[in-house]
Design a protein around this ligand. Structure first.
Ligand code: PAF
Length: 284
């Protein structure tokens, strides 16, 4: 039976007791409305040594811009709880806004380089909200290991950098993207798509898979050609491309060319209808 904890001091107490009992604590930060992608993060925590797993479920207001979907972000705690029980999660940390932000913060955690690119251009306050809440979640759960999904590759790179720069004693795991059977990267926001939008949004994953195959067959190909083809396929499906960018896989900073022997990630954000989707694929 998963224990549900709402308060930060209670979670800290639980974590200290788990450490005292010799356990390795894993944290899976989420905003809930769990899908198989989130559940794979729980498995990744266990595979990376966690014998006690905390999943946090908190729709974090400070990472949403004023015109974004904070109010309508899907929430279903009882469904999430059942999925966590089935996965043998030890603790569900489900704080209220008043637990996380009893008063407006005057201290924030801010990454100033990686967060400026890609999603940072259209979501200027987003990553500061993420790094701030993740720091708070780290200080609440006191984990040894924390797991983030590769779908949010820029977020994962920022967290890796934050942990390195600020010396959080936490091993960060980035777990692979989990996709629907048709290729669409799993996301709680897929729920917003109509059937037709979902079908057309498959252009995102199919164009990325095609780029990966083309690169494997012709490693000398120009990055600009791969990017132009991805843009064209998404646009032809009626998607509004926000970005298609070549980045270094580790830092998620922009890369100009596909140098041999290095690993690159092509990252995409595009809108179908009013739903903004992100995805990425690794080359090399
Ligand atoms: O990826 C998410 O769901 C959120 O950005 C996170 C890491 C839980 C912080 O609110």
């Amino acid at each position: 039976m998963a224990q549900v904890i709402h308060s930060i001091p209670e979670l800290q107490q639980w974590s200290r007791a788990a450490h005292k009992a010799g356990k390795t604590v894993g944290l899976v930060p989420t905003m809930g409305f769990l899908h198989d992608g989130h559940l794979s993060l729980i498995d990744a925590a266990r595979a990376n040594g966690a014998d006690a797993v905390v999943i946090s479920i908190f729709v974090n207001p400070i990472q949403f811009g004023p015109n974004e979907d904070f109010a309508k972000y899907p929430r279903d705690f009882e469904r999430d709880r059942a999925l966590c029980e089935a996965r043998n999660v030890d603790v569900i940390f489900a704080p209220g806004v008043e637990d996380m932000y009893p008063e407006p913060l005057t201290c924030h955690v801010y990454e100033n380089t990686i967060s400026k690119n890609l999603c940072g251009k259209s979501r200027p306050i987003h990553f500061e909200g993420v790094t701030t809440v993740v720091s708070k979640l780290f200080n609440a759960a006191l984990p040894d290991v924390a797991v983030f999904g590769q779908k949010d590759a820029q977020q994962a790179a920022i967290i890796r950098r934050m942990v390195r720069d600020l010396n959080f004693p936490i091993k960060i795991i980035t777990a692979p993207i989990v996709r629907e059977a048709d290729g669409l990267a799993m996301s709680s926001r897929n729920k917003y798509l109509s059937e037709d939008e979902h079908r057309r949004a498959l252009a995102i994953s199919s164009s990325l898979f095609r780029a990966q195959k083309t690169f494997a067959a012709k490693p000398g190909i120009a990055a600009a050609k791969l990017i132009a083809d991805i843009r064209a396929e998404i646009t032809a499906a009626g998607g509004l491309v926000e970005y298609v960018e070549l980045t270094d896989s580790d830092t998620m900073l922009p890369a100009a060319t596909l140098e041999p022997g290095k690993s690159f990630t092509i990252a995409v954000a595009a809108k179908f209808g009013t739903t903004r989707l992100i995805d990425n694929i690794q080359l090399g």
